[in-house]
Structure formats: C-alpha cells, structure tokens
Design a binder for this molecule. Sequence first.
Ligand code: SF4
Length: 197
Amino acid sequence: MAEISWELFERQVESCAMCPLHNGIHHKVPGQGDRTAPLMLIGEGPGEREDLEGLAFVGAAGQLLTRMLAAIGLPRDRVYICNIVKCRPPFNRNPEPEEMAACMLHLRMQVALVRPRVIVLLGGTAAKATLDPNLHITRARGQWTERKGIWMMPTYHPSFLLRDESRKREAWEDMQSLKRKLTELGLYPDLYGGETP
Ligand code: SF4
C-alpha cells in the first residue's frame, strides 16, 4: 500500500466514484479541523449547506455542535470533524450500507492520519457504521468502547437534537462524559486550556 498522506487522501476523495452518491453533488465534503487533534467527531453525511460549501457541519446542526463543544471548553477549531460519507445523499436520506462501506476506505485513512485518542460518533448511523450495525443509539449513547487504543462514544446527532429538544439533557450528560474521558487521558484541560462553565 502506498504511504498515506493528506495529499493522497484529498486526491482519493476528490476523484472517488466508488458509490452513486457522487452523482449530482456540488462538492465533496471530506472534513476539516485540526489535523493533529486528539478528538475526532464523525457524523453521518453532508447536508444541503455542507454540499454547497464543501465543509462539514456548517448548517444549523453544525452551529449547535459548536455550542455543545464550547459548553465543555472545547474550541471547534481544535477538533477534527468529518462524516461517514463524503457526498450528500439525495434529499438527506440515510446513506445505504453499501455507500457507507465504500466510503469507509476514506474514513480509515483519515483516522490513520489524524490518529485521534478519542472519537465521538454523532448519531445512530455513524455509530452503526463504525461500532455495531445492530446498535440502538438511545441505548448505546454515552457508552465508551476502546478499539485499537482509540476511545469511542456514540451520542445523538445535533440535527436530531434540533428536532427533539427533550434529548438535550442526555446529550449534555454525554458531553460531560467526554470531558471526563479527555481529563482521564490527560488531554484536558491542558490541551484545550478549558475553563468550563
Ligand atoms: S460517498 Fe464516498 S465512496 Fe461514495 S462517491 Fe462519495 S467519496 Fe466516494
């Protein structure tokens, strides 16, 4: 296998036609943020605004995510954010299992390049694709799993929280759990300089 690099990753994503999702999109949305971040957040796929701008989590859900991170003292530009699929599914439908499987090649390369210590999976689709296809997000949220030295926790997708505000309390508990995990790993507050409310 060729040595991996960000340049190779970008070329690979830009030229990718491994599943039908690239048809009709405006931009691929590979992900962005601190490429050396110990914390990586992975969502499901780009929405309309993300497709137009070529950036992950820039719409209303992205703004909520920024506020959630800020609430535990994490500046958004110090984490790395991406999605399972890099092309917007039509009409914001869930990506099909075959589409997620095809795009996993890119995600694996991203994880290998960023080398995070902690991954937060945003929403059931991202958690199923990554941890367990039979997982139920309402039961699995907030629970930590270690895989190959990386701690992973599913939580609700911010777009779900925008639709169902009653889940925000659980999401807040998950963010507190994230802060505790970062602290346990010696990444907080030193790395993030966090002054938490
Ligand atoms: S979603 Fe992923 S696998 Fe499918 S075409 Fe886009 S980049 Fe390639």
